[in-house]
Each structure stands twice: as structure tokens, then as C-alpha cells.
Ligand binder design. Sequence first.
Ligand code: SAM
Length: 204
Amino acid sequence: MNGYFYDVATGLVERRVIAPLRQGLIFPLRREIVDVGAGTGANFRYFHPGTHVVAFEPDPSMARRARSKIAHSGARIELRIADDSGLETLPSESVDAVVMTLVLCTVDDPISTLRRAKRVLKPAGTLILIEHVRSPGTVGRFQDFIAPAWRRIASGCHLDRETVDAVGSVGFDVAGVATKRLPKFFPIQEIIYGRLPLTAKDGA
Ligand SMILES: C[S@@+](CC[C@H](N)C(=O)[O-])C[C@H]1O[C@@H](n2cnc3c(N)ncnc32)[C@H](O)[C@@H]1O
């Protein structure tokens, strides 16, 4: 996707809704952080000075725009052109936080991405999540209906993912996950967000 177009298209919802969530969840993080699917680098300005961030982004146009934002961050950010399989290059239990913002809607296999994240997290590590999800009821059924067309026009984005279930099934504690409704930004209506600790290091 063209990085400039992405930033323009998402600008309004970014400023009004997503930016405050990023600030609240990302700024408190310290030490070693991974940003999976960094896109155009929307998270970069929120990484605390002194943190070390490895950011993975597979799309060169998105990554080009992200690279231009590194200089505005006080964090030491290494941007790698790779999808979530890049997590395999990091040692197990080496990271304090994995950040996934608006990316589990797009990856091919969310469970596999989440397992990769879990492996690199230290036992006290956390997953930072901001994702849009399938809504309940009539809206959800409408999302199911338009999901195939949406995937084509929105670079593989799935409108109908049950991300809380996926995250919980891999071994993250979803008790603290909160929901924000976006009544004006149809067809995406619900954003989930939170700071999720691991429930168990082994297993799922
Ligand atoms: C909707 S954008 C969100 C970008 C950014 N995280 C944000 O919060 O604005 C989703 C990004 O995920 C990237 N992506 C798609 N598949 C991926 C994968 N398997 N692993 C990592 N990133 C992926 C896309 O290239 C795109 O830049």
C-alpha cells in the first residue's frame, strides 16, 4: 500500500481515536520492544526515549515512510523489512513488550503471529494491542458480508476477525482488554485495546 495514501486515509480516525490510545499504552513501555507491522511508523513518536525498538514492516512503501519518522523519536529504532516471521530472528524471552497495532486484522494467520510474539516475550512481558474487531449482532453480519470486498480494497484487512478470542487462546490475559466504539467510522465500529500480560509462558 502507498504509505502516503495510508496516512491521509486514516488521518482523521488516527488523530481523534487511535493517537490517544497509542500514547497511553506505548509511552510507559521501557527497555526492549518489538513493533510488528510498523506500517508508516505511527507508533514511533510514542516510544519512550532510551528504549530499543525492533520494528518489522514488510511493505517497502510503508517502511519508507516509517524510516522518515525514526529521526523524530528519542528511542533507538531498528526498522527491518520483514513480516512477522522476522520475530524468528530474535532470541526467546528477550523482549519486554510486543506492540501490535492494527496489524492482526491483516496478517495471514493471527495465531501463528501471536505465537511468534509469545516466544520472544520475557515471562513478565506484555503484548500491547490496538485492533479493530468484528462487532456483535447485525453490524457483525454486515461486516461478514462485505469482508471479502473490503479485503481487496484495503490491502488484505479482515473486518470480521474475533481477535480477543485469538489472543486469549494463545495464552495472553484478555481480562484488561477495553473496547472503544467508532459510531461514525462505519464499517469499522469497534476498537479493542489493552496491555496484555502472559497467562502462561508454556502451552498454547
Ligand atoms: C493497517 S497497517 C497498521 C500499521 C501500524 N501498525 C499502525 O498502527 O498504523 C498494517 C500493516 O501490517 C503490515 N503487515 C501485513 N502483513 C504482515 C505480517 N504478516 N507481518 C507483519 N506486518 C504485516 C502491512 O504491510 C501494514 O503496513
